[in-house]
Design a protein around this ligand. Sequence first.
Ligand code: AQP
Length: 333
Amino acid sequence: MTPVKPRTLSGIQPTGQLHLGNYLGAMRNWVAQQEKYDNYFCVVDLHAITIPHDPQQLRAATRAVAALYLACGIDLTHATIFIQSHIPAHSQLTWLLMTQTPLNWLEAMTQFKEKSLRQGENVGAGLLNYPVLMAADILLYQPHAVPVGADQKEHIEITRDIARRFNSLYGETFRLPEPLIQKEGARIMSLTDGTKKMSKSDESDLSRINLLDAPDEIQKKIKKAKTDPIRGLTLDPKRPESTNLLTIYALLTSQALESVAQEFAISGWGQFKPKLTDATIAFLEPMQERYRHFTTEPGYLEAILKQGAEKAHALAHETLYQASTNLGLLLPP
Ligand code: AQP
């Protein structure tokens, strides 16, 4: 008999174009470890509507993110890919958990504090409750681990707190998952400011390399990327741009960070940047080719998402049923 593998769950918001930060911080690790786990990867569209958005763009981005999961090497023999909103249990469990989550836990979350500042008086309750929805996403699948970038650590911690509290009040219902964060690539920084993380919502497209950027865009962005006046690239917390670009180069060329730092220790930025450009284009081209294939083959992606939803629904429904029963809800006859 094949032993049952531990389970993982992770997801990305279709809030814009996926970038190298999403890939190097999350997707790369999903692919590298996929054989060890029974993986569930969702496109978290319900999270994407917690900030102002365009409905048409959301639909297109949701499809694009799912296709990029496949294009980056997710193998369906080890993974289930689905869209969050196709599984009603995500919204249903969110309500159950929301009734059990202290308000001050949510108000203290960094993401809420930062994003609500940007939205001012228009800040929606969805943004406040974002971590509860994320807790529901995770807990529904009873995963052992959640592979994410370092910025998501706080969200995994609150998920564990919510689960712990629920289990102690209503009996063992949820498994407490562990965050799975790799050291290298856990936080890829913006190209225009090495102290800010690369992000889909940064106003400037020059701040990130999108996974679907054409070669000339990649070249332009790296050419314009912020540098410092020092000759020779080093790994130095006081030189965030140099450290960030060396990290990206090392990860894209599968080399050790220290050996890359040695190679460019006496190079000028003008010698390094074209090498980084070539490496980035060479890395992304095959992924883009696979993306085109998955998005142009009629019905291909839809069939995968239908199958994924069926499998995810079965698992999610079991947990929702257990949580509802433990809370004392009278189940339909
Ligand atoms: N810069 C990054 N470095 C490493 N990992 C990153 N991730 C995101 N940015 C970086 C990881 O990508 C996964 C999906 O993230 P998400 O889209 O659900 O939310 P996010 O972390 O808020 O990503 P963005 O790009 O910054 O989106 P916006 O701008 O919409 O908020 C997660 O595993 C995350 O750690």
